[in-house]
Design a protein. Structure first.
Length: 499
């Protein structure tokens, strides 16, 4: 807030909404909680207030109560409301918010609206015509713009989640709209196909285990990771609390309890937090098991100059901008992955959307504009059959000249290797907690380990999990290596328990 203000920017601070202020039995997040939060923001000198209802929980009556109360206490503070239409009440809620004094509400063009997106722009424009809330937008012109997005959405249809309607059970599980479709896809990739209803039920259970938190990136990811962990391992809330010291929780859950996201407004739930963190220390913190207060306050200042120098040495000085340095500072692994892909394939932004998504067909000719006046003409001549290793020979023309390339076909059948399963009931037989890819092995045969020591780092759909030792002992064998694709329960490490 201070930095934006000093730079001459407009400071719009957000209060994130959860619960139901219209239900006195909902507890914790009542009307006074939000008013007090806004008071603190207003005291910081903000210029505008955003109410972020990321799960679409703001019912019409609650919207009127919340916005009305804020408007009464802060008559000159601009109020901007953002919601998702998961339950189908978004238009009604935004109209109620506007009638109670909101200055702006978010909406999506009709073709992109509804379900987990924002409520319909056209519906809001039509509903306010001729009233004191008239937007001044011409519905005919809005509809013309919508025609473009209807066609555009068709290009991306293969990537849609398959969600066909709204779902009022969001008021039960409280899953944010942006996460709903992502988690639906991730669950299928984690082998939880057909268990979406269990995942939603587990999401509500995970929220309770975490202390009924406000769910917005990144806290919503913590809740989603824990929910999938519960379903994949068939765990109840009671079992999680009782077995917390021996379970290999997703990293995001461990870091949440360590305070990486800050301190929740009503504290961490006990005894779960103490059990999850037992024997764990924050790397580079001087022995802390958890942060006390805002984690950023205890971190050293980020060294932008040395980071920029290192990135230029790694990727070349002519390929980086100040924005790339900022990207790396926030998302180092994602940035490196992006740069590696760009090094291998070049800038794919030159391709049109359809070609990028579906590829070329044999006989198709494509013109690519690199810059004004500079074009490449590509023609696909043939695509060979994959070799046993999955390599395909591609014949094509570049500006009329024949060319060939060998490409790895990821869809080609690959011989699967049968893996041993961890033995149930045997403490020293450690298996994968969930399906995923091995990123790193932390131990080798013969190493002495103590209970809680890290053994294997795994990743599945952006969810990292560290398999930890359930006992003291000596590593008998490590049967996985980096890059291995595992199913849940596949044997990773065997440990001879110390008697």
């Amino acid at each position: 807030i201070d930095a934006v203000g000093e730079a001459g920017g407009i400071v719009e601070a957000a209060v994130c909404y959860t619960g139901d202020v219209s239900d006195p039995k909902r507890g914790l997040y009542d009307l006074e909680y939000y008013l007090e939060f806004v008071r603190q923001l207003e005291a910081q000198g903000i210029h505008a207030l955003a109410i972020k209802d990321m799960a679409g929980l703001l019912k019409p009556n609650a919207a009127g109560m919340l916005v009305g109360a804020i408007r009464e206490e802060f008559p000159n503070l601009p109020i901007h409301v953002h919601t998702h239409d998961t339950a189908g009440t978004g238009v009604a809620s935004m109209l109620a918010a506007a009638q109670a004094g909101a200055d702006a509400v978010d909406a999506a063009t009709d073709a992109m609206s509804g379900t987990t997106a924002q409520p319909s722009l056209g519906a809001l424009v039509a509903s306010t015509q001729g009233t004191e809330l008239d937007t001044g937008l011409d519905l005919h012109e809005v509809s013309k713009l919508n025609e473009y997005w209807e066609e555009c959405r068709g290009l991306y249809a293969p990537f849609e989640s398959g969600q066909k309607s709204g779902s009022a059970d969001v008021y039960i599980h409280e899953m944010p709209g942006g996460q709903y479709t992502n988690l639906l896809y991730q669950s299928s990739q984690l082998g939880l196909t057909g268990q979406w209803s269990q995942v939603k039920t587990a999401y509500a259970a995970a929220n309770r285990l975490l202390g009924d938190i406000i769910k917005v990136t990144p806290s919503s990811k913590v809740t989603g990771d824990l929910a999938q962990f519960l379903v994949a391992n068939k765990l109840t809330e009671h079992e999680v609390i009782e077995k917390a010291e021996e379970l290999s929780f997703p990293n995001s859950v461990i870091e949440y309890f360590q305070g990486y996201l800050g301190i929740p407004p009503f504290g961490f739930p006990e005894p779960l937090r103490s059990r999850v963190l037992k024997g764990r220390k924050i790397e580079g913190s001087g022995g802390l098991s958890c942060f006390d207060g805002r984690p950023g306050a205890q971190l050293p200042p980020f060294d932008f100059e040395s980071t920029e120098a290192n990135l230029k040495e790694k990727w070349g000085s002519g390929k980086l901008s100040k924005y790339d340095v900022m990207s790396y500072a926030m998302y180092p692994a994602v940035f490196d992955e992006f740069m590696e892909r760009q090094e291998e394939y070049g800038k794919l932004s030159y391709l049109d959307t359809r070609t990028f998504l579906t590829g070329m067909k044999v006989g198709q000719e494509l013109t690519v504009e690199l810059e004004k006046g500079k074009h490449l003409v590509l023609k696909l001549i043939s695509v060979g059959e994959p070799t046993p290793d999955g390599i395909v020979n591609i014949q094509f023309e570049l500006n009329g000249q024949p060319r060939s390339a060998h490409v790895k076909d990821k869809r080609a059948a690959v011989k699967e290797t049968a893996r041993l399963k961890a033995l149930k009931g045997v403490t020293g037989s450690i298996g994968a907690a969930m399906p995923g890819v091995v990123l790193e092995t932390k131990v080798k045969k013969g190493d002495k380990v103590k209970k809680g020591d890290p053994l294997v780092l795994m990743s599945a759909m952006k969810m990292e999990t560290v398999l930890t030792s359930p006992c003291d002992g000596v590593v008998k064998q490590v049967v996985v290596t980096a890059g291995d694709q595992l199913d849940g329960g596949d044997l990773c490490v065997e440990i001879d328990e110390t008697l």
